[in-house]
Ligand binder design. Structure first.
Ligand SMILES: [Zn+2]
Length: 797
């Protein structure tokens, strides 16, 4: 208690005077119960990978004694963002009244912390009151469940918040599903600025305020939402991105990356589709005709691929991953007949060394010639590299045998012989081939230690899972792989990467067939038949929810879903699904959609798992009111690769990787080992506006306050020998004549090493600029140089 009160004294003394410090890159979440808003907030933070501490505090079983723990052992502030899950943290007391869960003193301690270190506060279900310049719209009723559209406000602050988040102000969100909310009015526009409105509805004839930015009279900044949120509600999941970007000022130890990777299973084998001749009530029977994709289907797909890319936001890429079964390329009469069915339960853990031999021989050795294989149209088609390059590729085993109870010999045949076929197609070592991962038939074999050992023998170090199966899903964190254990699979530490099944079915090649199966399964759930349009609408909402949660699961399709012929208006089920999702998505966000091949998609998940094992600590260095550097330490013994996203740019260093697509902010991937790493923000970010604009209020004695210059690097020991007169910016520019005369883009578009060298040289000059040129002239000049350097990587000759 003593230490708390002395820290409080310290903090209060320091108000408006502490402007150089380090602050943890971590969020503090305070909540009174495990409710939906809390869950959705945690999902929001996890979706980016932003670390947080969550504390439950209430008036019954979680009473806070003393003050919140806001400082680390060295007395540095731990949190750069405070999130309150409900206004005033109100909770029920033992005598059934509602009151704040924090005392006045505890609130004062938190307020002083926020004020001293310029920490932003986000509040859900906030209470309108004079301190935030707001009051309740209708004093007779606290809130309602009417459906009201949520529309972004038109002012500089709201524009900036939406722009940073990449969320469209007219995104079609609303208080759907009778979502409880509190209409508010602004009483003091000097304090409160609307961020979004609840549009008028039949019961409420006026537009009211739904969220505000407030700058309190003492300088503290808040973002207040007058509604709760929920992870089942797409509308409020979308709102996560607004507060995350505002609250973190777009500096966070994570990445906002949307992956969009359809997988096509069973490529090269054929499928008997469902017969729609009789009513679905009589069950599912298969037609006699079997369907296998043809060159014509692929041609239609490629046309579609070009079209859909044009509809996607800047920076997007689109590719489907073909999961191939090589057996289907053999002449029909020569195809191996291997029983592919599953005879054990889904979670059957196969004893080591046991299992069925369904292959005709152990260690099957193929002896195909190119001429023999060229009897097949698709083999011929894909023998052409140009055609192969339009897809991603991976293995789905040779014959599609279920591996749950397969013998080692069978697994070896399935893996090895399919690799032989991939070699015949020249796929091995091509950039679009994934040799380090696999999609197993029916997502089987993942409880078989024998199968996992054989995968590893062939360099396959991860496999695709299925989020509809709890036995192979990381149920505590959907952003991480399921890691096998001795108990789950006899073999440990094999990562299973989540994938999402779709309602586009294996047995369906047309909307009619898909609708038939859908109604067979869901008629009783909905109490009526669904139309194809309804199915697509539900599918795009379901996929959009995953996307808005930044979930990286690939979407599962099958080869019959690529049928695109006369019977199908030349639009495959895949195409219709992708189009529906993209059309819906682009109403909400302008982030790029990125297709990753299986190896890269899986690695994303594995890297994230490894990063979590590192328990790295991150701090922002704030100097003279500017955030200048991000410092990263890794207390573990493993190296790990960590993403850090920044609002503008950084001083480029060759050992880091840089990722920025379309309208994305820049993400720096930093490999962190035993030594501290640092990223220098360029330009530095104004952290303490109060201090910068009115330095005279500072009581510090450590430095003259009138030269509050941003300092991206440490102050140079020696200044330029003949400093020019202040304001003579052309003289500073002359210092860098060589820089402006250099052709930084001489590498063209492909020379990686050349570009890296140029980039290093270029940013070294920018660094010199920040060091030598005084503020404010450095602002324009160094940034101009920085823009030149930033184009090196994207320059196309
Ligand atoms: Zn399959």
């Amino acid at each position: 208690m003593k230490i708390f009160s002395s820290l409080l004294t310290f903090a209060l003394l320091c108000i408006a005077s502490v402007y150089s410090y380090t602050i943890g890159l971590k969020a503090l979440v305070l909540h009174t119960q495990e409710d939906e808003t809390f869950q959705n907030t945690i999902y929001g933070l996890e979706s980016y990978g932003i670390p947080f501490d969550a504390f439950i505090i209430n008036n019954t079983d979680h009473i806070l004694t003393g003050n919140l723990s806001l400082y680390d052992e060295e007395g540095n502030p731990k949190y750069y963002l405070v999130i309150l899950i409900s206004g005033k943290l109100s909770s029920e007391t033992a005598d059934k009244t509602f009151t704040s869960s924090l005392s006045d003193e505890q609130w004062a301690y938190l307020d002083a912390y926020e004020q001293t270190f310029n920490v932003r506060r986000v509040t859900f279900s906030d209470t309108p009151e004079s301190i935030t310049g707001t009051s309740i719209y209708d004093a007779s009723t606290w809130g309602n469940t009417y459906i009201q559209k949520i529309v972004g406000a038109d002012n500089e602050i709201a524009n900036e918040i939406y722009k940073r988040a990449g969320i469209k102000k007219d995104a079609p969100i609303a208080t759907n599903n009778n979502f409880y909310h509190t209409p508010v009015t602004i009483t003091n526009p000097d304090i409160a600025t609307p961020v979004f409105y609840f549009e008028a509805c039949e019961k409420i004839k006026e537009r009211t305020v739904g969220a505000i930015y407030a700058k309190l009279e003492d300088g503290r900044e808040r973002l207040s939402f007058f509604l709760p949120t929920a992870s089942w509600s797409l509308d409020t999941i979308v709102l996560n991105h607004l507060w995350i970007h505002w609250g973190t000022r777009s500096i966070y130890n994570g990445i906002r990356r949307v992956t969009f990777s359809p997988h096509i299973d069973d490529v090269f084998i054929s499928t008997n589709c469902v017969s729609t001749e009789s009513s679905y009530e009589s069950g599912i029977t298969l037609g006699s005709e079997s369907f296998r994709i043809s060159k014509a289907d692929l041609d239609d797909y490629l046309k579609f691929k070009d079209e859909i890319l044009k509809k996607m936001p800047a920076g997007s890429s689109f590719n489907v991953d073909l999961a191939i079964n090589g057996n289907g390329l053999l002449p029909v009469g020569d195809q191996l007949q291997v029983d592919g069915n599953r005879y054990v339960t889904l979670d059957y853990v196969k004893p080591m060394g046991e299992g069925m031999n369904n292959w005709p021989v152990e260690h099957y050795v193929p002896n195909w010639t190119d001429e023999y294989l060229a009897q097949d149209d698709l083999f011929q088609y894909f023998k052409n590299k140009e055609n192969r390059s339009k897809f991603f590729w991976c293995s789905h085993t040779f014959t599609h045998e279920n591996l749950d109870n397969a013998s080692r010999s069978d697994v070896d045949n399935e893996i090895r012989v399919n690799i032989e076929m991939a070699k015949k197609l020249d796929l091995i070592n091509e950039e679009w081939w994934s040799g380090r991962s696999i999609i197993t038939p029916q997502i089987s074999g993942l409880h078989s230690g024998d199968a996992l050992e054989i995968f590893r023998e062939y360099g396959i170090v991860s496999a695709t899972g299925d989020i509809s199966r709890a036995d192979i899903t990381n149920n505590s964190n959907p952003y991480l792989p399921f890691i096998t254990t001795k108990g789950s699979s006899h073999v440990e530490n094999f990562p299973i990467i989540p994938r999402s099944p779709t309602e586009i079915y294996f047995y369906a090649s047309t909307p009619e067939e898909d609708t038939y199966i859908y109604n067979y399964m869901y008629h009783s759930y909905f109490g009526s038949d669904s139309t194809w349009e309804q199915i697509l609408q539900r599918e795009s909402t379901r996929a959009l929810r995953l996307i808005m949660l930044l979930r990286h699961e690939a979407h599962q399709f099958h080869q019959a879903n690529m049928r695109s012929d006369d019977s199908n208006e030349h639009q495959s089920l895949l195409q219709r699904w992708v189009e529906a999702v993209v059309n819906e998505y682009t109403k909400y966000a302008d982030w790029p959609l990125v297709s990753l091949k299986l190896d890269d998609l899986n690695q994303l998940s594995i890297d994230r798992y490894n990063a979590e094992q590192c328990h790295a600590s991150y701090k922002i260095l704030v100097k003279d009111g500017y955030a200048t550097e991000i410092l990263i330490n890794n207390p573990s013994e493993h190296d790990c690769v960590l993403p850090i996203t920044v609002p503008d740019d950084v001083v480029r260093q060759s050992e880091y990787k840089f990722e920025q697509l379309g309208n994305d902010p820049l993400t720096v991937w930093v490999k962190v080992g035993a030594n501290e790493e640092s990223i220098t923000l360029s330009p530095p970010l104004k952290w303490n506006p109060a201090f910068i604009s009115s330095p005279a209020t500072s009581t510090t004695t450590t430095k003259a306050t009138t030269t509050a210059a941003p300092q991206p690097t440490t102050q140079p020991a020696t200044q330029p020998t003949t400093p020019p007169a202040t304001g003579d910016s052309t003289v500073y520019r002359h210092w860098f004549d060589d820089f402006f005369a250099t052709d930084w883009y001489s590498c063209g578009n492909v020379e990686y090493e050349c570009k890296q060298l140029k980039s290093d040289q270029c940013y070294a000059e920018v660094n010199q600029c920040w060091i030598k040129v005084p503020w404010p002239e450095s602002g324009d000049l160094c940034n101009e140089m920085n823009v030149i350097c930033a184009k090196i990587w994207t320059y196309v000759k």
